[in-house]
Design a protein around this ligand. Sequence first.
Ligand SMILES: *[C@@H]1O[C@H](CO)[C@@H](O)[C@H](O)[C@H]1NC(C)=O
Ligand SMILES: *[C@@H]1O[C@H](CO)[C@@H](O)[C@H](O)[C@H]1NC(C)=O
Ligand SMILES: *[C@@H]1O[C@H](CO)[C@@H](O)[C@H](O)[C@H]1NC(C)=O
Ligand SMILES: *[C@@H]1O[C@H](CO)[C@@H](O)[C@H](O)[C@H]1NC(C)=O
Ligand SMILES: *[C@@H]1O[C@H](CO)[C@@H](O)[C@H](O)[C@H]1NC(C)=O
Ligand SMILES: *[C@@H]1O[C@H](CO)[C@@H](O)[C@H](O)[C@H]1NC(C)=O
Ligand SMILES: *[C@@H]1O[C@H](CO)[C@@H](O)[C@H](O)[C@H]1NC(C)=O
Length: 414
Amino acid sequence: MEFSKAIFQVFDLKTVIYGVILLFIVIDVFSSTSITKAPVTIPSNTISSPPLSLAIILKPSNTSIFSIPNLKNTTSFRKRPICDIFQGRWVVDDGRSRPSYRPGECPFIHFNFDCFKSGRMDLNYTMLRWKPNGCSLRRLTRHKMAKFLRGKRLAFVGDSLSRNEYQSFLCLLTNDAGKKKKVLVVRKTKVFEKFGFESANFPDDNFTIDFIQTPFLVQKFEGKVQLDVMAKVSEDYKNADIIVFNSAHWWRHRITNHGNNFYQIGKHVYKHLTPKMAFKKSLRTWSKWVDANINATRTQVFFRSFSPVHYSGGQWNSGGNCRGENFPITKLKKRGKFELQETLETALRKMSTPVRYLNVTTMSNYRKDAHPSIFRGKTINETIQDCSHWCLPGVPDSWNELLFTMLMDHGQQK
Ligand SMILES: *[C@@H]1O[C@H](CO)[C@@H](O)[C@H](O)[C@H]1NC(C)=O
Ligand SMILES: *[C@@H]1O[C@H](CO)[C@@H](O)[C@H](O)[C@H]1NC(C)=O
Ligand SMILES: *[C@@H]1O[C@H](CO)[C@@H](O)[C@H](O)[C@H]1NC(C)=O
Ligand SMILES: *[C@@H]1O[C@H](CO)[C@@H](O)[C@H](O)[C@H]1NC(C)=O
Ligand SMILES: *[C@@H]1O[C@H](CO)[C@@H](O)[C@H](O)[C@H]1NC(C)=O
Ligand SMILES: *[C@@H]1O[C@H](CO)[C@@H](O)[C@H](O)[C@H]1NC(C)=O
Ligand SMILES: *[C@@H]1O[C@H](CO)[C@@H](O)[C@H](O)[C@H]1NC(C)=O
Protein backbone atom coordinates (compact mmCIF):
# COMPACT_ATOMS: atom_id res chain seq x y z
CA MET A 1 0.00 0.00 0.00
CA GLU A 2 1.41 3.30 -1.04
CA PHE A 3 0.44 5.07 2.13
CA SER A 4 2.28 2.77 4.48
CA LYS A 5 5.33 2.95 2.26
CA ALA A 6 5.29 6.70 2.66
CA ILE A 7 5.36 6.32 6.42
CA PHE A 8 8.12 3.79 6.38
CA GLN A 9 10.36 6.04 4.41
CA VAL A 10 10.25 8.59 7.16
CA PHE A 11 10.22 6.48 10.29
CA ASP A 12 11.83 3.29 11.41
CA LEU A 13 9.64 0.28 11.99
CA LYS A 14 9.58 0.55 15.78
CA THR A 15 8.37 4.11 15.68
CA VAL A 16 5.61 3.20 13.32
CA ILE A 17 4.41 0.28 15.37
CA TYR A 18 4.53 2.03 18.70
CA GLY A 19 4.03 5.54 17.64
CA VAL A 20 2.33 6.81 14.58
CA ILE A 21 -1.31 7.53 14.91
CA LEU A 22 -2.82 9.41 12.08
CA LEU A 23 -6.28 10.67 12.54
CA PHE A 24 -8.48 12.61 10.27
CA ILE A 25 -11.03 14.32 12.40
CA VAL A 26 -13.88 16.40 11.19
CA ILE A 27 -15.42 18.49 13.88
CA ASP A 28 -18.59 20.39 13.45
CA VAL A 29 -19.39 22.88 16.11
CA PHE A 30 -23.09 23.52 16.00
CA SER A 31 -24.75 26.77 16.71
CA SER A 32 -26.44 27.11 20.01
CA THR A 33 -27.15 29.72 22.61
CA SER A 34 -25.47 27.69 25.29
CA ILE A 35 -22.19 25.91 24.85
CA THR A 36 -22.91 22.53 23.41
CA LYS A 37 -20.76 19.51 23.26
CA ALA A 38 -18.92 19.47 19.96
CA PRO A 39 -19.53 16.13 18.32
CA VAL A 40 -16.43 14.46 17.01
CA THR A 41 -16.74 12.33 13.96
CA ILE A 42 -13.89 10.06 13.16
CA PRO A 43 -14.76 8.39 9.90
CA SER A 44 -13.85 4.78 10.52
CA ASN A 45 -12.45 4.23 7.05
CA THR A 46 -9.91 6.99 7.51
CA ILE A 47 -8.22 5.60 10.61
CA SER A 48 -6.44 2.68 9.09
CA SER A 49 -6.27 4.09 5.62
CA PRO A 50 -6.53 7.85 5.32
CA PRO A 51 -7.15 9.46 1.95
CA LEU A 52 -3.93 9.43 0.01
CA SER A 53 -3.89 13.19 -0.22
CA LEU A 54 -3.31 13.30 3.52
CA ALA A 55 -0.25 11.13 3.28
CA ILE A 56 1.50 14.01 1.60
CA ILE A 57 1.48 15.81 4.88
CA LEU A 58 3.64 13.07 6.36
CA LYS A 59 6.60 14.14 4.29
CA PRO A 60 8.46 16.65 6.41
CA SER A 61 10.07 18.19 3.36
CA ASN A 62 6.82 19.03 1.64
CA THR A 63 5.83 22.50 2.66
CA SER A 64 3.94 23.56 -0.40
CA ILE A 65 0.50 22.55 0.76
CA PHE A 66 0.81 24.84 3.74
CA SER A 67 2.15 27.91 2.03
CA ILE A 68 -0.83 30.17 2.25
CA PRO A 69 0.02 33.61 0.90
CA ASN A 70 -0.78 36.63 3.01
CA LEU A 71 -4.13 38.24 2.67
CA LYS A 72 -4.68 41.96 2.62
CA ASN A 73 -4.54 43.68 5.96
CA THR A 74 -8.18 43.85 6.84
CA THR A 75 -7.94 43.86 10.61
CA SER A 76 -8.64 47.12 12.29
CA PHE A 77 -6.40 47.90 15.20
CA ARG A 78 -8.28 49.58 17.97
CA LYS A 79 -6.19 51.87 20.12
CA ARG A 80 -5.93 50.83 23.71
CA PRO A 81 -3.85 51.76 26.71
CA ILE A 82 -0.37 50.34 26.71
CA CYS A 83 0.82 48.62 29.83
CA ASP A 84 3.15 45.76 30.70
CA ILE A 85 0.77 42.87 30.18
CA PHE A 86 3.11 40.46 32.01
CA GLN A 87 2.92 42.39 35.28
CA GLY A 88 -0.30 41.63 37.05
CA ARG A 89 -2.20 39.11 39.09
CA TRP A 90 -4.61 36.22 38.79
CA VAL A 91 -8.18 37.21 39.53
CA VAL A 92 -11.31 35.15 39.98
CA ASP A 93 -13.39 35.73 36.89
CA ASP A 94 -16.97 36.87 37.17
CA GLY A 95 -18.00 33.85 35.11
CA ARG A 96 -18.11 35.63 31.78
CA SER A 97 -14.78 34.49 30.41
CA ARG A 98 -13.92 31.58 32.70
CA PRO A 99 -13.85 28.71 32.36
CA SER A 100 -12.59 29.47 28.87
CA TYR A 101 -14.49 26.43 27.63
CA ARG A 102 -16.44 23.78 29.43
CA PRO A 103 -14.13 21.32 31.25
CA GLY A 104 -14.08 17.93 29.56
CA GLU A 105 -15.84 19.16 26.44
CA CYS A 106 -13.14 20.43 24.12
CA PRO A 107 -12.40 17.62 21.66
CA PHE A 108 -8.85 18.77 20.94
CA ILE A 109 -7.36 18.14 24.36
CA HIS A 110 -5.04 15.19 24.77
CA PHE A 111 -6.08 13.12 27.78
CA ASN A 112 -2.81 14.01 29.50
CA PHE A 113 -4.08 17.58 29.85
CA ASP A 114 -7.76 16.82 30.28
CA CYS A 115 -7.78 16.88 34.06
CA PHE A 116 -11.55 17.01 34.34
CA LYS A 117 -12.03 13.88 32.25
CA SER A 118 -9.24 12.26 34.20
CA GLY A 119 -11.15 12.75 37.42
CA ARG A 120 -10.04 16.07 38.88
CA MET A 121 -13.17 17.39 40.55
CA ASP A 122 -12.13 20.78 41.96
CA LEU A 123 -12.60 23.44 39.32
CA ASN A 124 -11.31 26.59 40.96
CA TYR A 125 -8.21 26.45 38.81
CA THR A 126 -10.39 26.97 35.72
CA MET A 127 -11.92 30.15 37.11
CA LEU A 128 -8.83 32.35 37.20
CA ARG A 129 -7.91 34.89 34.60
CA TRP A 130 -4.69 36.89 34.22
CA LYS A 131 -5.22 40.59 34.85
CA PRO A 132 -2.34 42.93 33.98
CA ASN A 133 -1.88 45.96 36.20
CA GLY A 134 -3.23 48.99 34.41
CA CYS A 135 -4.97 47.36 31.44
CA SER A 136 -6.90 44.25 30.46
CA LEU A 137 -6.11 41.44 28.10
CA ARG A 138 -8.27 41.17 25.07
CA ARG A 139 -10.69 38.33 25.22
CA LEU A 140 -9.85 35.81 22.55
CA THR A 141 -13.01 35.08 20.64
CA ARG A 142 -13.30 32.85 17.65
CA HIS A 143 -14.80 35.61 15.60
CA LYS A 144 -12.03 38.12 16.21
CA MET A 145 -9.23 35.60 15.95
CA ALA A 146 -10.63 34.06 12.77
CA LYS A 147 -10.91 37.49 11.21
CA PHE A 148 -7.31 38.22 12.08
CA LEU A 149 -6.01 34.84 10.93
CA ARG A 150 -7.90 34.64 7.66
CA GLY A 151 -5.57 33.35 4.96
CA LYS A 152 -2.78 32.83 7.48
CA ARG A 153 -0.88 30.05 9.15
CA LEU A 154 0.12 30.07 12.82
CA ALA A 155 2.69 27.55 14.07
CA PHE A 156 3.46 26.56 17.64
CA VAL A 157 6.98 25.18 17.57
CA GLY A 158 8.70 23.46 20.48
CA ASP A 159 8.08 20.76 23.05
CA SER A 160 4.97 19.30 24.66
CA LEU A 161 4.29 22.58 26.45
CA SER A 162 3.81 24.06 23.00
CA ARG A 163 1.36 21.29 22.35
CA ASN A 164 -0.45 22.25 25.55
CA GLU A 165 -0.57 25.82 24.23
CA TYR A 166 -1.70 24.73 20.76
CA GLN A 167 -4.55 22.64 22.11
CA SER A 168 -5.69 25.49 24.32
CA PHE A 169 -5.70 27.72 21.24
CA LEU A 170 -7.92 25.30 19.31
CA CYS A 171 -10.33 25.10 22.23
CA LEU A 172 -10.55 28.87 22.47
CA LEU A 173 -11.18 29.07 18.74
CA THR A 174 -14.04 26.61 18.74
CA ASN A 175 -15.64 27.67 21.97
CA ASP A 176 -18.05 30.42 21.00
CA ALA A 177 -19.29 28.99 17.76
CA GLY A 178 -21.82 31.37 16.29
CA LYS A 179 -22.54 29.05 13.45
CA LYS A 180 -21.52 25.69 12.19
CA LYS A 181 -17.77 25.47 11.73
CA LYS A 182 -15.60 22.75 10.37
CA VAL A 183 -12.14 21.92 11.61
CA LEU A 184 -9.93 19.43 9.83
CA VAL A 185 -7.25 17.99 12.04
CA VAL A 186 -4.35 15.98 10.76
CA ARG A 187 -2.47 14.42 13.59
CA LYS A 188 0.65 12.43 13.86
CA THR A 189 1.41 12.08 17.53
CA LYS A 190 3.34 10.02 20.01
CA VAL A 191 6.38 10.00 17.81
CA PHE A 192 8.86 10.64 20.55
CA GLU A 193 11.16 13.57 19.86
CA LYS A 194 11.88 12.67 16.27
CA PHE A 195 9.08 14.41 14.56
CA GLY A 196 5.69 15.34 15.86
CA PHE A 197 3.14 17.18 13.87
CA GLU A 198 -0.43 18.23 14.12
CA SER A 199 -2.28 20.59 11.90
CA ALA A 200 -5.76 22.05 12.29
CA ASN A 201 -7.30 23.67 9.29
CA PHE A 202 -10.36 25.89 9.50
CA PRO A 203 -11.69 25.81 5.95
CA ASP A 204 -14.58 28.20 6.55
CA ASP A 205 -12.20 30.91 7.70
CA ASN A 206 -9.30 29.70 5.63
CA PHE A 207 -6.54 29.50 8.19
CA THR A 208 -4.32 26.84 9.73
CA ILE A 209 -2.92 26.27 13.20
CA ASP A 210 0.03 23.90 13.47
CA PHE A 211 1.91 22.25 16.26
CA ILE A 212 5.43 21.14 15.38
CA GLN A 213 7.33 19.17 17.95
CA THR A 214 11.01 19.94 17.96
CA PRO A 215 12.03 20.26 21.62
CA PHE A 216 15.62 21.33 20.99
CA LEU A 217 14.84 23.39 17.86
CA VAL A 218 18.20 22.17 16.56
CA GLN A 219 18.72 18.80 14.96
CA LYS A 220 18.88 15.55 16.86
CA PHE A 221 20.13 12.40 15.22
CA GLU A 222 22.03 9.26 16.07
CA GLY A 223 21.53 9.92 19.74
CA LYS A 224 23.23 13.33 19.69
CA VAL A 225 22.02 16.86 19.49
CA GLN A 226 23.78 18.73 16.72
CA LEU A 227 23.98 22.20 18.23
CA ASP A 228 25.04 23.93 15.03
CA VAL A 229 22.30 22.61 12.73
CA MET A 230 18.64 23.56 12.81
CA ALA A 231 16.19 20.67 12.91
CA LYS A 232 15.02 19.74 9.44
CA VAL A 233 11.42 20.50 10.36
CA SER A 234 12.35 24.18 10.36
CA GLU A 235 11.73 24.03 6.61
CA ASP A 236 8.14 23.18 7.42
CA TYR A 237 7.34 26.21 9.52
CA LYS A 238 9.60 28.97 8.25
CA ASN A 239 6.94 30.34 5.93
CA ALA A 240 4.21 30.52 8.55
CA ASP A 241 2.78 33.97 9.16
CA ILE A 242 3.10 33.71 12.91
CA ILE A 243 5.53 31.43 14.73
CA VAL A 244 5.50 30.90 18.48
CA PHE A 245 8.72 29.20 19.55
CA ASN A 246 9.61 27.56 22.80
CA SER A 247 12.52 25.47 23.99
CA ALA A 248 13.63 24.91 27.55
CA HIS A 249 12.57 21.78 29.35
CA TRP A 250 14.44 19.21 27.34
CA TRP A 251 17.80 20.80 27.97
CA ARG A 252 17.41 19.77 31.56
CA HIS A 253 15.78 16.47 30.80
CA ARG A 254 17.29 13.11 31.65
CA ILE A 255 17.35 12.44 27.93
CA THR A 256 20.39 14.68 27.58
CA ASN A 257 22.42 12.11 29.54
CA HIS A 258 23.33 14.92 31.96
CA GLY A 259 25.14 16.64 29.12
CA ASN A 260 27.72 13.87 28.78
CA ASN A 261 28.69 12.93 25.23
CA PHE A 262 25.34 14.19 24.08
CA TYR A 263 26.05 17.43 22.24
CA GLN A 264 28.05 17.95 19.14
CA ILE A 265 29.20 20.77 16.90
CA GLY A 266 30.46 19.76 13.49
CA LYS A 267 32.01 16.38 14.18
CA HIS A 268 33.20 17.32 17.65
CA VAL A 269 31.30 15.59 20.46
CA TYR A 270 31.51 17.43 23.78
CA LYS A 271 32.49 15.27 26.74
CA HIS A 272 30.33 17.47 28.91
CA LEU A 273 28.19 20.54 28.46
CA THR A 274 25.97 22.19 31.05
CA PRO A 275 22.34 22.83 30.07
CA LYS A 276 23.14 26.52 30.00
CA MET A 277 26.07 26.21 27.61
CA ALA A 278 24.24 23.78 25.34
CA PHE A 279 21.14 25.97 25.25
CA LYS A 280 23.26 29.04 24.55
CA LYS A 281 24.98 27.39 21.60
CA SER A 282 21.69 26.12 20.19
CA LEU A 283 20.13 29.57 20.48
CA ARG A 284 23.04 31.01 18.53
CA THR A 285 22.18 28.56 15.73
CA TRP A 286 18.50 29.32 16.05
CA SER A 287 18.91 33.10 16.02
CA LYS A 288 21.25 33.05 13.02
CA TRP A 289 18.72 30.86 11.25
CA VAL A 290 15.84 33.21 12.08
CA ASP A 291 17.81 36.24 10.92
CA ALA A 292 18.69 34.51 7.66
CA ASN A 293 15.46 32.66 6.90
CA ILE A 294 12.53 34.54 8.33
CA ASN A 295 11.07 37.36 6.33
CA ALA A 296 10.13 39.71 9.13
CA THR A 297 7.83 41.70 6.89
CA ARG A 298 5.72 38.68 6.47
CA THR A 299 6.24 36.59 9.61
CA GLN A 300 5.76 37.65 13.20
CA VAL A 301 8.10 35.71 15.47
CA PHE A 302 7.37 35.07 19.12
CA PHE A 303 9.37 33.18 21.72
CA ARG A 304 7.50 31.93 24.73
CA SER A 305 9.56 31.91 27.89
CA PHE A 306 10.09 29.01 30.27
CA SER A 307 6.97 27.37 31.68
CA PRO A 308 7.64 26.77 35.37
CA VAL A 309 7.20 23.43 37.12
CA HIS A 310 5.93 22.93 40.66
CA TYR A 311 7.26 19.71 42.08
CA SER A 312 7.53 19.59 45.80
CA GLY A 313 9.18 16.84 47.77
CA GLY A 314 11.16 15.57 44.80
CA GLN A 315 11.42 15.78 41.05
CA TRP A 316 9.11 14.35 38.38
CA ASN A 317 10.76 10.93 38.69
CA SER A 318 11.45 10.89 42.41
CA GLY A 319 8.08 11.35 44.03
CA GLY A 320 7.71 15.08 43.42
CA ASN A 321 4.10 16.12 43.71
CA CYS A 322 1.57 18.90 43.34
CA ARG A 323 -1.60 16.96 44.05
CA GLY A 324 -4.01 18.75 46.34
CA GLU A 325 -2.69 22.18 45.41
CA ASN A 326 -5.91 24.11 45.01
CA PHE A 327 -4.69 27.66 45.38
CA PRO A 328 -2.13 29.68 43.47
CA ILE A 329 0.95 31.00 45.20
CA THR A 330 0.14 34.42 46.59
CA LYS A 331 3.65 35.75 47.07
CA LEU A 332 6.46 34.59 44.82
CA LYS A 333 9.99 34.22 46.03
CA LYS A 334 12.52 36.49 44.36
CA ARG A 335 13.34 35.39 40.87
CA GLY A 336 16.69 34.01 39.82
CA LYS A 337 16.17 30.29 39.63
CA PHE A 338 15.46 30.21 35.92
CA GLU A 339 19.01 30.22 34.64
CA LEU A 340 18.00 29.26 31.11
CA GLN A 341 15.69 32.25 31.03
CA GLU A 342 18.54 34.71 31.15
CA THR A 343 20.35 32.78 28.43
CA LEU A 344 17.28 33.14 26.27
CA GLU A 345 16.76 36.82 26.98
CA THR A 346 20.41 37.59 26.17
CA ALA A 347 20.13 35.71 22.87
CA LEU A 348 16.92 37.52 21.91
CA ARG A 349 18.45 40.94 22.59
CA LYS A 350 21.27 40.27 20.13
CA MET A 351 19.03 39.45 17.19
CA SER A 352 18.32 41.65 14.23
CA THR A 353 14.90 40.10 13.54
CA PRO A 354 12.30 41.51 15.92
CA VAL A 355 11.29 38.60 18.12
CA ARG A 356 8.46 39.28 20.51
CA TYR A 357 8.89 37.86 23.95
CA LEU A 358 5.91 36.01 25.36
CA ASN A 359 7.09 36.41 28.91
CA VAL A 360 4.86 33.92 30.72
CA THR A 361 7.27 32.60 33.33
CA THR A 362 6.41 34.84 36.25
CA MET A 363 2.67 34.83 35.69
CA SER A 364 2.62 31.04 35.38
CA ASN A 365 4.85 30.60 38.37
CA TYR A 366 1.96 31.58 40.64
CA ARG A 367 -0.09 28.65 39.40
CA LYS A 368 1.03 25.64 41.39
CA ASP A 369 -2.67 24.70 41.50
CA ALA A 370 -3.07 24.24 37.76
CA HIS A 371 -1.02 21.16 36.84
CA PRO A 372 -2.53 17.75 36.10
CA SER A 373 -0.72 16.01 38.99
CA ILE A 374 -2.27 12.52 38.94
CA PHE A 375 -5.17 13.53 36.71
CA ARG A 376 -3.32 13.02 33.50
CA GLY A 377 -4.86 10.04 31.80
CA LYS A 378 -7.16 7.13 31.88
CA THR A 379 -5.49 5.27 34.70
CA ILE A 380 -4.48 7.01 37.87
CA ASN A 381 -0.97 6.26 39.00
CA GLU A 382 -0.02 8.03 42.21
CA THR A 383 3.68 7.41 41.73
CA ILE A 384 4.39 9.81 38.92
CA GLN A 385 2.74 13.21 38.93
CA ASP A 386 2.74 15.77 36.19
CA CYS A 387 3.52 19.16 37.72
CA SER A 388 4.96 20.47 34.49
CA HIS A 389 2.18 20.58 31.89
CA TRP A 390 -1.09 22.39 32.53
CA CYS A 391 -4.68 21.28 32.84
CA LEU A 392 -6.99 22.57 30.13
CA PRO A 393 -8.94 24.76 30.52
CA GLY A 394 -6.23 26.54 32.42
CA VAL A 395 -3.04 28.58 32.31
CA PRO A 396 -2.24 28.24 28.56
CA ASP A 397 -5.58 29.93 27.82
CA SER A 398 -4.14 33.05 29.41
CA TRP A 399 -0.90 32.64 27.44
CA ASN A 400 -3.01 32.65 24.30
CA GLU A 401 -4.87 35.74 25.43
CA LEU A 402 -1.48 37.39 25.88
CA LEU A 403 -0.53 36.28 22.38
CA PHE A 404 -3.83 37.50 20.99
CA THR A 405 -3.43 40.84 22.71
CA MET A 406 0.09 41.20 21.31
CA LEU A 407 -1.05 40.29 17.81
CA MET A 408 -3.95 42.73 17.86
CA ASP A 409 -1.89 45.52 19.38
CA HIS A 410 1.00 45.04 17.00
CA GLY A 411 2.97 48.23 16.80
CA GLN A 412 1.48 49.58 19.99
CA GLN A 413 3.31 47.46 22.55
CA LYS A 414 6.98 48.14 22.90
C1 LIG B 1 4.39 18.49 -2.28
O1 LIG B 1 3.05 18.13 -2.50
C2 LIG B 1 2.49 18.69 -3.66
C3 LIG B 1 0.98 18.42 -3.64
O2 LIG B 1 0.70 17.09 -3.86
C4 LIG B 1 3.22 18.12 -4.85
O3 LIG B 1 2.66 18.62 -6.04
C5 LIG B 1 4.67 18.51 -4.76
O4 LIG B 1 5.41 17.93 -5.82
C6 LIG B 1 5.28 18.08 -3.44
N1 LIG B 1 6.58 18.70 -3.27
C7 LIG B 1 7.64 18.05 -2.83
C8 LIG B 1 8.90 18.85 -2.69
O5 LIG B 1 7.60 16.87 -2.48
C1 LIG C 1 -2.71 46.89 9.33
O1 LIG C 1 -3.47 48.08 9.31
C2 LIG C 1 -3.43 48.82 10.52
C3 LIG C 1 -4.43 49.95 10.44
O2 LIG C 1 -4.44 50.53 9.17
C4 LIG C 1 -1.99 49.27 10.74
O3 LIG C 1 -1.90 50.01 11.93
C5 LIG C 1 -1.10 48.04 10.87
O4 LIG C 1 0.25 48.41 11.01
C6 LIG C 1 -1.24 47.15 9.64
N1 LIG C 1 -0.54 45.91 9.89
C7 LIG C 1 0.27 45.36 9.02
C8 LIG C 1 0.88 44.07 9.45
O5 LIG C 1 0.49 45.84 7.93
C1 LIG D 1 9.16 39.23 32.38
O1 LIG D 1 8.08 39.50 33.26
C2 LIG D 1 8.47 39.64 34.60
C3 LIG D 1 7.22 39.83 35.42
O2 LIG D 1 6.50 40.89 34.98
C4 LIG D 1 9.45 40.78 34.77
O3 LIG D 1 9.90 40.84 36.09
C5 LIG D 1 10.64 40.56 33.83
O4 LIG D 1 11.51 41.66 33.89
C6 LIG D 1 10.16 40.37 32.43
N1 LIG D 1 11.29 40.07 31.57
C7 LIG D 1 11.57 40.76 30.48
C8 LIG D 1 12.81 40.40 29.75
O5 LIG D 1 10.86 41.66 30.07
C1 LIG E 1 -7.58 31.06 1.31
O1 LIG E 1 -6.50 31.96 1.43
C2 LIG E 1 -5.59 31.90 0.36
C3 LIG E 1 -4.45 32.80 0.69
O2 LIG E 1 -4.86 34.09 0.96
C4 LIG E 1 -6.29 32.29 -0.94
O3 LIG E 1 -5.40 32.21 -2.01
C5 LIG E 1 -7.47 31.38 -1.16
O4 LIG E 1 -8.18 31.78 -2.29
C6 LIG E 1 -8.37 31.37 0.05
N1 LIG E 1 -9.38 30.36 -0.13
C7 LIG E 1 -10.66 30.61 0.05
C8 LIG E 1 -11.58 29.45 -0.15
O5 LIG E 1 -11.07 31.72 0.37
C1 LIG F 1 9.06 39.55 2.43
O1 LIG F 1 7.65 39.56 2.52
C2 LIG F 1 7.06 40.70 1.93
C3 LIG F 1 5.58 40.67 2.26
O2 LIG F 1 5.02 39.42 1.94
C4 LIG F 1 7.36 40.70 0.44
O3 LIG F 1 6.81 41.84 -0.17
C5 LIG F 1 8.87 40.69 0.23
O4 LIG F 1 9.17 40.56 -1.15
C6 LIG F 1 9.52 39.55 0.99
N1 LIG F 1 10.96 39.67 0.94
C7 LIG F 1 11.76 38.68 0.54
C8 LIG F 1 13.21 38.97 0.58
O5 LIG F 1 11.32 37.60 0.19
C1 LIG G 1 -12.70 27.19 45.65
O1 LIG G 1 -12.72 28.59 45.90
C2 LIG G 1 -13.66 28.98 46.87
C3 LIG G 1 -13.69 30.49 46.92
O2 LIG G 1 -12.39 31.02 46.92
C4 LIG G 1 -13.27 28.37 48.21
O3 LIG G 1 -14.22 28.71 49.19
C5 LIG G 1 -13.22 26.85 48.07
O4 LIG G 1 -12.76 26.26 49.24
C6 LIG G 1 -12.30 26.46 46.92
N1 LIG G 1 -12.40 25.03 46.71
C7 LIG G 1 -11.35 24.22 46.79
C8 LIG G 1 -11.61 22.78 46.51
O5 LIG G 1 -10.24 24.62 47.07
C1 LIG H 1 3.01 3.53 38.47
O1 LIG H 1 4.13 3.93 37.69
C2 LIG H 1 5.35 3.37 38.16
C3 LIG H 1 6.47 3.94 37.32
O2 LIG H 1 6.20 3.86 35.96
C4 LIG H 1 5.28 1.86 38.06
O3 LIG H 1 6.49 1.31 38.54
C5 LIG H 1 4.11 1.35 38.89
O4 LIG H 1 3.98 -0.03 38.72
C6 LIG H 1 2.82 2.05 38.46
N1 LIG H 1 1.75 1.70 39.39
C7 LIG H 1 0.57 1.26 38.97
C8 LIG H 1 -0.43 0.97 40.07
O5 LIG H 1 0.28 1.12 37.80
